[in-house]
Design a protein around this ligand. Sequence first.
Ligand SMILES: [Zn+2]
Length: 281
Amino acid sequence: MSHRLQRALVQFLCIAFAFAFFSASMQAQQTPAGFSTEEQIKADLQSVPCKNEDRLNAVRSLFEKMGAGASEISVDKHKNVENLVITKPGSSPERIIIGAHYDKVSSGCGAIDNWTGIVAMAHIYKTLKPVSLKKSLLFVAFGKEESGLIGSGAMAGKITKDQVNAYCAMVNIDSLGLGAPQVADNMSSKKLLDAAAALAKSMNMPFGHASISGADSDSSSFIAKKIPALTIHGMTNEWPVILHSHKDQPSKINSTSVYLGYGLALALVYSIDKASCDAYR
Ligand SMILES: [Zn+2]
């Protein structure tokens, strides 16, 4: 399954980006410059730090590896939580947040939940870094999601009423790595869900969406502020056995699932940049 899907994904993204320099590598049937390969993503998945206290620094190192300079990286310190923020300036005051939480529960390694989201987000940064975009991109690694969306709540709480309209959308990635990319209905704005579904269809990518009862993630902190947001995950029906347990280990990660989640979120961010800022409200 994976090879055909990867080719479709690459072809779609090439069309979407329409960069002349991609065409040569397309003809050679290779992954174009700028796009991460599944192998690259797999390598970064395997380097997951399994201790909570090591994770913030590991996220910083990963973004540095993806090309982020010290001046682009900041730690947002709130009363009881730290978020790592990497800013890619755009040509307008409009903003898109791409988020994934870096913390984990005490048991297990937090590989699926949520080192997969961190790695996908970092590779989206790497791919879009050389691309001129209209909107500024804020890549945010949230702390203490597992304690009740504390990092995202702190960030959302500081956005004033006057600033809300400049936040066009928030794309959250939480727990890829088991199956096809999906959107969690109960944590997502309908218009963004529809946009993700349409993109997946055009890429011939498997896709699903459903409510996940009893679960929540950082997109909800922004929906509460009336900022359009969605959560992309890659869970299957076996998620309650693996997540938040000793079974959440690197060996459980299907790297194709993470690769497809990277591709879907990347295409979505790119298309949000092309749309007007109020398109998803
Ligand atoms: Zn999570």
